[in-house]
Each structure stands twice: as C-alpha cells, then as structure tokens.
Design a protein. Structure first.
Length: 581
C-alpha cells in the first residue's frame, strides 16, 4: 500500500498492529513518527482531521516557557528551550526566531511575590520589575544554551525601548529583549509528522475521520464516515486524545480523571500600523489583571492572545465576547496611541489545553509538564493503555521520544534512530543559507515554468515540498489563482487535494494551508477550492455544496469569520479563472 491508500482506506491485518494511537494531534503525530522510524507497526486514527483539535489552537509560538521559571519548573524550561532550538533546525520551513520585547514598569516589584510562588503559593506574581525580569532572562539564556541558535537577552532603558517600540505606553521604565520562536503553520506540521511516519514504515497506517465504535476481546472497531468498518488487535494502545483523553478511556472500558483543561483563546486583527511598528518583534506583556498576554505579527496580521480559563468542553469551545473585550482593552492600555476595535478582527480561535487535573490551582499555575500514566491490561482488555497527559506544543518531540522508549521496552524492541536532529516534512534538505536558497529557487523555477518570486513563495510556504508542488502535472495551471487569495494557485490546491490525505474541504482551507486564518478567503475563492477538490476526490455536486456550507458554517460559528456573499457556479470545470495581471 502507498501512503495515500493507507491514509484513505486502512486495511491492516490484526497481527500487523503493535500500537494503536488514538488522537492525531501534535503529541500523537510526534509519537507516530518516532515509532515508525523504529520499525514499529503502528496505526494512528482521529475522529476528525490530523491536527484539528487543540493542536490547531496554540499561540503559534515555539518557546521555552519563560513564565515556568516562576513556578520552579526548571526541568521543563530546560527541555522546552532545547526543543525550541531543535525545531528551529529541524523545521526551518515553518519555525523561525522571534525577538520578544517585555515592557518593564518598575525596578524592584514582584520579587517577594515570586519567592512565594517558588515556595508553592497558588497566586501568581504581579508587576514583575526589572530586577526580577533580568534574573529570569539570565536563567532563560542559561537553560537555552544547548544547541543555541539565537542571541542572548538584553535589557534596555526607557528611551531606547520607546524608540524600538514607539507605541508602547510611556509608563514603562525599561524593556527586556530576548528570543523565542514562532511557527507559521502548526496544523500543517502535524500532518507532515504523520506523513513522515508513513514514509518511514510502509506497514504503518493513518486514518482521519474515523470513530471508535467498540472495544471488545482485545479488538478495537472503527467506522469511517462512509459507514464501512475495520478492526485491529493492538498489543498496546496510546491515548493521545488531548482534552478528550478521559472520554476515550471511558470508551475503552478504563474510566479515568486525568484531564483538567483550560481554555486559551486568540484573535487576529488587520492592523498594518501595529504590525509595522512591531518590526518583527513580539510584545510579551502583563495585562492590568496580572495575566500574561502577547501580540506579534503573523502572516501579515497581528495575533493577540491568550486567555487561561478552566473549561471541560472541547467540542464547543470558541472565543467569547468577554475575551475579545479583554484583548482589546489590554492592547489599548499597552499601546495607547493606536486604535483597537472589533472591526479590525478577521479571525478568532480557541482550544482546550489538555492539562493534568489539578483541583484548587490557579489556571496559570497548572503545570505544562507532561506525563504518560499507564492503565495495565486486565481480564476484559488484553492491552495496556498509555495516556499522554499535558505537555506543550514545543516539547512534542521530547515527549514522543520518552514515550517511544517506554513502548519499545514493553515490546522488547530497541531504538534504531534518534529523532533529535531528524528534519520534519518540508524541512528536509532545506537550504541552509542565502546561496543555497537561491540555488534551490533557480533550479525549480525554470523547470516548473514559474517565476523566481513564485518559487520562493512556495519554498516559504511548503519548504522543500515546494518542488513537488511546483512540478506537479496537474490539469490546472499555476497561472490560475483563487478568487480573493491570488497568492494561491489552482495547481497547488490540486496537489494538496490529491496527495495530502484530504477528506473534507475544511482540511484544505484550515489545516493544509492557512488561507482561512489569513483573512483572504471569499465565498468565490472557497468555491474555487471546492471545485478543484471535487475533481481530485470525485465529489458530486451535492457533496460540493455540502462541503462549502460546512466550511461557511464552521468559520462563522467557531472563528468569527463571515465570507463575502455570492452565488458562484459550483461546477468544478467552470471554477477556473486566471489571476488578474
């Protein structure tokens, strides 16, 4: 079987399955790639698309967790900063350095509160002064010294700080600048991890949009959306369902109470003046109520986050009106010379962090560390269940490595390959410097019949996968562009639909690409994409109409985005329109 057929129609014999991973978010996908690289026959399934749950709702940062220093989680900071540095090397196509500015409003405040927090206080420190921030940034540099790829921090006085961040409130006394990283396409990276696993071991399988229907006599039964079913008999089950972990364990006949999640919401605003003034920096600041917020440029927009509210309903989570008010007011206080209003918001999103259950602890102080408790086999269930609890986006590789080593020991196998320096997806053979980048562009541009600028755009978007996209023998031309999003071509959408385990239209616009979150999607453009997918996947007209309606509803209900009205033709062959010149 090819990776494509594995993803679309898993047909794996019972005795071929060593491990079944339930949940294809970042932790599940990372583990799948690691186990596949060790020659373990495993299968990963998800009730929705790869990376469509909590993993699609982060702050889009790859960071070491500066605030975890306050709670004394030095081991977590050490691991997080290392994994941040490794991701900058292993996924350079979508992870890049992010210089970060911290506004400082006093010199000595917060020291005693920080000491109380270190001693176990459940109240987070407020108004962190320059002394405390200097100590924290120095420790952060120390913990981030392994595989270092970015500069160390610096502390600057008020006048220089306001020159670098001209709209920041004059109430500051200084500013700290340090380096973390951001990820442009987290949902796509989850898919790339799954794809890497399929390529590493052809005996592995991946299936999206399947439902666990039964657990009986050591077998797991699943149903696809078309009603067809398949069954596997695993030696071990890994529950990587994130905030749904307790629900899945209950379905497996092993009830648990492992998750006590918190809700994190974000907004994206169309604010060119703000983005320009940030000059590539993130501002990491304390809001009036003491909570930590952030704002930085993301794909031409300004991303603002995040809240931290106890919540246990991941299926209906969305950014609520009070959260939007909170973000806008926080920005007005921090940047008083700029305008912030609802009409600037182009996209909202929210997710549940799968944190460990923790009664009576302030949400911001619940540990972001990870664990993998095991429910051993019993008389009714022949396999053990290992649940992946907690963790953070940045540390997925290290978490996967720890769990994979435990799985290997249980299976009596040994590690064949380290993932520490294993490039991911389009990060493989990524040009390391300007000359290599130019060589790559000069090679594929003439071969694909596209301009150098277009080749560079594809490289920025897909990494070295850009070559396959550019060279794809599609019936569509690269000159045909989407309505409202002319920087995307029909040919690249066709490539995605045919090669990247797409089941629904939403997979393309929300996860394989960032079209929706960029705010460029129009109804006509969505219809263009649906028409291309229809030809690639064999959808009939009613299916196309249903897929379009589903995306329109999803964007409105969960992302605060209403597409421009229109009555376009949904016939696939009539949706092509050349890009305007």
């Amino acid at each position: 079987m090819t990776p494509d057929t594995l993803g679309r129609s898993p047909d794996i014999r019972e005795h071929d399955v060593d491990v079944v991973i339930l949940g294809a978010g970042i932790n599940g996908a990372g583990l799948f790639r690691d186990l596949a690289a060790q020659g373990i026959n495993c299968m990963i399934v998800d009730k929705s698309d790869f990376g469509s749950g909590t993993s699609a709702a982060p702050s889009r940062l790859i960071h070491g967790g500066l605030k975890y220093l306050e709670t004394g989680e030095f081991g977590l900071v050490a691991q997080s900063t290392l994994e941040r540095n490794l991701l900058l090397k292993n996924a350079p196509h979508c992870v890049e350095p992010l210089p970060t500015f911290i506004p400082v409003f006093s010199w000595t405040r917060g020291i005693w509160a920080a000491l109380r927090t270190l001693a176990g206080s459940k109240t987070a420190p407020r108004s962190r002064g320059a002394v405390l921030i200097k100590i924290g940034l120095s420790l952060y540099d120390f913990f981030g010294s392994r595989d270092r790829v970015m500069p160390r921090h610096r502390l600057i006085l008020k006048n220089r700080a306001r020159r670098e961040m001209p709209h920041v409130t004059p109430a500051i006394v200084a500013g700290g600048i340090y380096y973390d990283a951001k990820i442009s396409r987290p949902e796509r990276l989850v898919y790339e991890l799954v794809k890497d696993g399929l390529e590493a071991n052809p005996q592995c399988a991946a299936a999206n949009f399947v439902t666990l229907t039964a657990c009986s006599e050591g077998r797991l039964s699943f149903q696809r959306e078309d009603g067809t079913e398949f069954m596997v008999r695993p030696k071990l089950v890994v529950n990587a369902a994130g905030p749904w972990i307790d629900h899945v364990n209950a379905a497996l006949g092993a009830p648990s109470r492992l998750i006590g999640g918190t809700k994190g919401s974000h907004i994206l605003i169309d604010h060119p003046e703000l983005v320009r003034s940030l000059n590539g920096h993130m501002i990491y600041f304390e809001a009036d109520d003491g909570r930590i917020c952030l704002v930085y440029g993301y794909l031409g927009l300004a991303l603002v986050g995040s809240t931290d509210i106890p919540s246990r309903d991941p299926d209906t989570v969305r950014c609520e009106e009070p959260e939007i008010d909170y973000f806008l007011q926080s920005l007005r206080s921090l940047l008083p010379t700029l305008r912030f209003d609802r009409d600037q918001i182009v996209y909202t999103y929210s997710g549940i962090r799968p944190l460990p259950a923790s009664d009576g602890t302030a949400p911001g102080l619940i540990s972001r560390d990870h664990s993998a408790p095991v429910i051993e086999a019993d008389g009714k269930r022949s396999f053990a269940i290992m649940s992946l609890v907690g963790g953070k986006w940045t540390t997925f590789r290290g978490f996967a490595e720890e769990v994979a080593d435990t799985v290997l020991t249980r299976l009596g196998r040994s590690r064949k390959q380290s993932t520490r320096y294993l490039a991911i997806g389009g990060g493989k053979a990524f040009p390391a410097d300007a000359r290599a980048r130019r060589d790559f562009i000069d090679r594929i541009a003439p071969a694909a019949g596209i301009t150098a600028a277009r080749a560079e755009q594809l490289l920025n978007r897909y990494g070295t996968t850009a070559e396959a996209v550019a060279m794809f023998p599609s019936n569509h031309s690269d000159e045909q562009r989407l309505s409202g999003a002319a920087h995307y071509s029909f040919r690249e959408i066709d490539w995605i639909a045919r090669n990247e385990l797409v089941v629904h239209l939403s997979d393309i616009v929300l996860r394989r690409t960032t079209i929706a979150i960029e705010g460029h999607l129009t109804y006509a453009g969505l219809t263009d994409i649906a028409g291309i997918a229809a030809k690639a996947l064999g959808w009939d007209a009613p299916r196309v109409a249903h897929e379009i309606d589903d995306v329109v509803s999803l964007l409105k209900e969960f992302h605060g985005q209403t597409l421009a009205a229109g009555t376009p033709d949904i016939e696939p062959e009539k949706s092509a329109r050349p890009v305007s010149r």
